[in-house]
Design a protein around this ligand. Structure first.
Ligand code: 6R9
Length: 650
């Protein structure tokens, strides 16, 4: 990447100091950075003591065979015990663990004591189905408490789970069942989505007709919607029938810290999905610590809500393992943000008095598009920390989030991490960091990350390059399931001794880190590297724009030319002269080189099911090509609408 061009871009100067009351009572202070810098491994050994170990570890990191790490290797623990039983033993059995809100409006609250009973029964149920430590279990579920219970039950018996997002196809499910050689599938008849029951079980039946799924002997089915479903006698078992007759007490067995906890497949834009493997002690240490530090969680008083689906890593780490290991009270919501109305999320915040909210830029930009008046109808004063994850957050979306959701008082933490990193890696701390809208800013205490150039040399402040992690961390992926070579090639071969994250980034004048999107998305215009993120953020900073996606289209004169797709705010109509105004606006914000050649107003953008913009498809449109694989799109009709708008499209 050419450093100068990036250094000139992005001129965000707004700053937000931590509110005095958050700073005064913060879980983590600036001293943690110093402690971790002085003795990084000692710092993590200290964090591991947040957990209850059957055998406390004496060893912190074994890095004798890099990049295959072992953390806390001689320690033993049970992850489920740490997320459930120990809170009951500490006298918090009556504390609500999960406030469940179903999409049709049904709700129920589960205390830690109830969670302990349900997880215990489910663990016995798995054992009755013949599941043994080390066996893989696939989970294909809606967002209901049984999903969390199923994951914890797997952890309890040492059976690594592989959660497959409920909206994935039978094909995607089959590939994942096959790759992990799963023995049992846990599913539901269906779940509620956009106001209607949506079936899940038929996709499982279809997946299990594939030869690769031949080793699946049982399908455990939760009844959620009550819809009619096909049934295979001898293989299919109702969850309620099997669990109800199990004992409500279960003694958890302690496993080695490096015992596999789960496999989670990354969507991956090309090739076979990668089964990211996470293990127990190090993973739980980091997700527990980061949830405590980044959200400043006070388990007695806070109500946490992470809006992600449990099928993504964000759901694994910040719905299941982080919050529950910390004894938090949290909200679990089944459905979509606009069912039955566009204010559903804010109604939920008001109903449960949510204090800590964790969501994605895509959701924030969608709310911007719907209009400021919608959150304004609800009482959101309980909120005290807001988090963002999944994509770079455009500064204007950050400001909107803080102002319209956070009442202009809450800190916003932009958390950078990946399925592979397991837990948050780079983020401001709400009681410590003076926040910069749009920047993840600083590696957390105990994390060493920086930006390097093509040769792997750290870039000076004010320059851009590639984000790398330079020291092992407790919740790092241990390998790609069944493919050590691919693990080495993908993450550890680009820069000697450093983890390559695949994201572009820059360091500002203070040395703070700004994420610039996937390296594959960087555009080359007349010899300048320009990040899609920066042009998108410049467009979103225009008052009429809610959301933007930018791609580089092949251009005979300039190598690539910038093509932007924009969504107008609050249903604003496209006015005469708007396109010229937007082009001039980008030129003013970033310089003439970043001015889009074409700007196309659209109603929707193509997104992956976890809400990330799929620029690859927009590039196909911009270059008048046949569309590539659209199977991971939330809604493939979006592409037809976009193509219909293009004057030159075939
Ligand atoms: C947690 C999660 C990982 C990729 C990552 C990056 C992007 C996530 C971000 C961010 C900028 C942030 N990403 N958080 N980019 N700022 N705060 O999303 O995991 O689904 O594996 O995606 O998401 O590009 O490399 P995963």
């Amino acid at each position: 990447m050419s450093n100068e061009s990036l250094a000139n871009l992005m001129t965000e100067t707004r700053r937000f100091a931590p509110p005095a009351e958050v700073a005064a009572d913060a879980n983590i202070t600036a001293a943690a950075y110093e402690a971790a810098a002085t003795d990084r491994l000692g710092f993590w050994a200290e964090q591991a003591r947040r957990l209850s170990w059957a055998t406390p570890p004496t060893e912190t990191l074994d890095w004798s065979n890099p990049p295959f790490a072992k953390w806390f290797a001689d320690g033993r623990l049970n992850v489920s015990y740490n997320c459930v039983d120990r809170h009951v033993e500490a006298g918090h059995g009556d504390r609500v663990a999960i406030h469940f809100e179903g999409e049709p409006g049904d709700s129920r609250s589960l205390t830690y004591a109830e969670l302990q009973r349900d997880v215990s029964r489910a663990a016995h149920a798995l054992t009755e189905l013949g599941v043994k430590a080390g066996d893989r279990v696939a989970i294909y579920m809606p967002m209901i408490p049984e999903t969390v219970i199923a994951m914890l039950a797997c952890a309890r018996v040492g059976a690594p789970h592989s959660v497959v997002f409920g909206a994935f196809s039978a094909d995607a499910l089959a590939t994942r069942i096959e790759d992990a050689d799963a023995r049992v599938v846990i599913t539901a008849d269906g779940g509620y989505r956009r106001g209607a029951p949506s079936a899940l079980k038929p996709a499982v039946d279809e997946a299990l007709t594939r030869p690769g799924a031949a080793n699946v002997r049982s399908v455990l089915v939760v009844r959620r919607t009550g819809q009619d479903i096909p049934w295979t006698e001898g293989r299919d078992v109702w969850w309620h029938e099997l669990t109800e007759r199990q004992p409500s007490e279960h003694t958890p067995e302690a496993f080695e810290a490096e015992h596999p906890l789960f496999i989670l497949y990354t969507s991956g834009t090309t090739g076979k999905p990668k089964g990211i493997l996470h293990t127990s002690g190090g993973y739980l240490t980091q997700v527990s610590f980061t949830h405590h530090a980044v959200f400043d969680l006070k388990p007695e008083t806070d109500v946490f809500w992470c809006t992600a689906d449990v099928g993504w890593v964000t759901g694994h780490s910040y719905i299941v393992y982080g919050p529950l290991s910390n004894g938090a009270t949290e909200v679990l919501y089944e459905g979509t943000p606009n069912t039955p109305h566009n204010g559903r999320w804010w109604e939920i915040v008001q109903k449960y008095g949510v204090t800590l909210l964790y969501t994605a830029p895509t959701a924030i930009r969608t709310c911007m598009k719907w209009g400021d008046d919608i959150p304004a109808k609800f009482n959101l004063t309980s909120l005290r920390v807001l988090g963002s994850v999944g994509e770079p957050i455009n500064p204007e979306a950050w400001i909107w989030y803080r102002k319209h959701i956070g009442g202009d008082r809450t800190p916003v933490v932009d958390t950078w991490w990946q399925t592979e990193t397991g837990g948050v890696m780079i983020s401001p701390l709400p009681g410590v960091t003076e926040a910069k809208p749009g920047a993840a800013q600083v590696p957390l205490p105990g994390i060493s990350a920086t930006v390097v150039d093509d040769n792997g040399t750290e870039v000076p402040n004010g320059s851009g390059g590639y984000l790398t992690v330079t020291e092992p961390w407790p919740s790092m992926l241990r390998t790609i399931w069944g493919d050590d070579q691919r693990f080495l090639d993908t993450y550890w071969s680009r820069f000697e001794g450093k983890y390559f994250a695949g994201d572009g980034a820059k360091k500002d004048a203070d040395g703070d880190i700004w994420l610039l999107g996937r390296v594959d998305d960087v555009m080359l215009v007349s010899g300048h590297n320009i990040s899609t993120t920066e042009v998108e953020s410049a467009l979103v900073s225009h008052p009429k724009i809610a959301e933007a996606a930018v791609v580089g289209a092949t251009d005979p004169q300039t190598t690539q030319s910038i093509c932007a797709f924009v969504i107008l705010r609050g249903g604003a109509a496209e006015e005469e002269g708007l396109i010229d105004e937007l082009r001039a606006h980008v030129a003013k914000e970033l310089g003439p080189i970043a001015k889009p050649k074409r700007i196309l107003p659209v109603d929707e953008l193509p997104k992956t099911r976890s809400g990330k913009i799929m620029r690859r498809l927009l590039r196909d449109v911009a270059e008048n090509r046949q569309l590539g694989d659209v199977t991971t799109l939330t809604d493939s009709a979006v592409m037809d609408l976009i193509q219909a708008k293009l004057p030159t499209a075939a």
